[in-house]
Design a protein around this ligand. Structure first.
Ligand code: ADP
Ligand code: MG
Length: 293
């Protein structure tokens, strides 16, 4: 296509809220056969509410536990962190991130922090293995969709559950893609229960659901989809999605709430949280391709 035609098409995409990094990417958008969506922060709002928060064992009391959790999570920008901090503050606990002497992020698992020489991990079941936790809580899992644990020096000291709802427009997006002949799948680092909850809210329109994935598992699934189903689009917001966004034929990041890592590795960025822009962008890509051939 001519440089002017390409420029005009990119401008049109930007006006509909999709920042596309080049004319070739717009053409690839027109060829998409599969759309893979991350769950947390992409299909869902990424605004969690805490359903339950409990002390496990008798090593710590609630105030101390909330102080550790909120101080460490203050260093994270994961959607769950904001909910945990807000919950602690509602119980009059003030987070003190300056007391956290060491901090690490384990994408798809959780976070680690050191406070007063104590080694504290917060995250899903995977984080237990990493923290060389010996005792799995017998109190039974807290009820709710996503479940998290707090581990201090090898012992589970807390457990919590949280849930998050789908974005308005997400069910329509998936349905519209289907009418365009594009199948939709969901890839999430969260557990099966949370993935199923999102699937139900979408009205059961997803063709595939994959849960408990690490960042590299998302990459493998994208690679497999490309082989089995053709040109693949991936939409995601987190640093855990960045490698999969790069592996997709077209990686689309969430501009308003997404991480810098996702925006850097993606080929296009949604300038609003409206995932409905995805089918519109594919349509524009199809028109652009037709204009060329
Ligand atoms: P998704 O793929 O749905 O966006 P992530 O890969 O970001 O999910 O996270 C996967 C899981 O890792 C979460 O469901 C949570 O259990 C755990 N996790 C990640 N970051 C944190 C954190 N900062 N605090 C607690 N748990 C976390
Ligand atoms: Mg996410």
């Amino acid at each position: 296509s001519t440089p002017v035609a390409t420029f005009c098409a990119l401008l049109r995409a930007a006006r509909m809220g999709v920042l596309v990094k080049g004319g070739d990417i717009l053409e690839s958008l027109g060829e998409i056969r599969v759309a893979a969506f991350d769950k947390t922060g992409t299909i869902t709002k990424g605004e969690f509410t805490i359903d339950e928060f409990q002390v496990v064992g008798d090593k710590v009391e609630m105030g101390q536990l909330l102080y550790w959790v909120s101080s460490i999570e203050s260093k994270s920008n994961h959607p769950m962190a904001a909910a945990l901090i807000e919950y602690s503050q509602s119980k009059s606990v003030v987070p003190q991130p300056q007391k956290v002497t060491e901090f690490r992020i384990y994408p798809g698992e959780g976070v680690y922090g050191e406070i007063n020489g104590r080694h504290i991990y917060i995250g899903n079941r995977r984080i237990m293995t990493r923290s060389s936790c010996q005792t799995v809580p017998e109190t039974g899992e807290p009820r709710g969709a996503s479940v998290g644990y707090v581990i201090c020096d090898g012992d589970v000291v807390g457990a919590f559950s949280l849930s998050d709802d789908c974005r308005t427009g997400a069910p329509e997006t998936i349905r519209e893609l289907r009418t365009m002949g594009i199948k939709s799948v969901m890839l999430t680092g969260d557990n099966r229960a949370a993935a199923t909850r999102a699937q139900d809210q979408l009205g059961g329109v997803l063709e595939e659901l994959h849960s408990e994935l690490l960042p590299e598992d998302k990459v493998h699934l994208i690679t497999n989809l490309k082989v089995s189903s053709g040109p693949t689009l991936m939409v995601g917001d987190g640093m855990n999605d960045a490698p999969a966004l790069a592996a997709a034929d077209v990686g689309v990041s969430m501009g308003l709430s997404g991480s810098a890592a996702a925006m850097e590795t993606s080929h296009a960025t949604l300038m609003s949280s409206d995932v409905l822009r995805v089918p519109a962008a594919v349509r524009l890509g199809r028109r652009t391709r037709r204009a060329i051939v």
